[in-house]
Write a protein of this length. Sequence first.
Length: 138
Amino acid sequence: MRLSVTSYLFHPDRLGVIASTLCLIHCLATPFIFVAQTCATSCCASAPNWWVYFDYLFLTISFFAIKRSAQMTKYKSMKYALLISWSVLFALIVNESTGMFVLNKNLVYIMAIVLSSLHIYNLNFCKCTEQSCCTTKI
């Protein structure tokens, strides 16, 4: 059975790895971009709104990848690990936007790496071999 490029790239775990990795790059690049901008022009010290919205774009893409991956995995514990790690990442990003609690920013990086790692693990080791296990609801 040949896979097209589209079906290869849009496999939920591959999409999750891409979204998590882009989220991590986005999070790592933000301080450097805006420190350079602040040094060049001292107009504002915070990121513009459109840049912050990327967090929520990555979370949305990641949510749909998690949902489909959880349906396709053969391990129940992997379903919970994916959902819990996404929920923690979501809570950390919302907290970062609202400033409700003072938390270490490294937690966002760690959770993005954990989420990406879970997708890679699921992609390599948790494939359904039967059609019935891939159609179960969460």
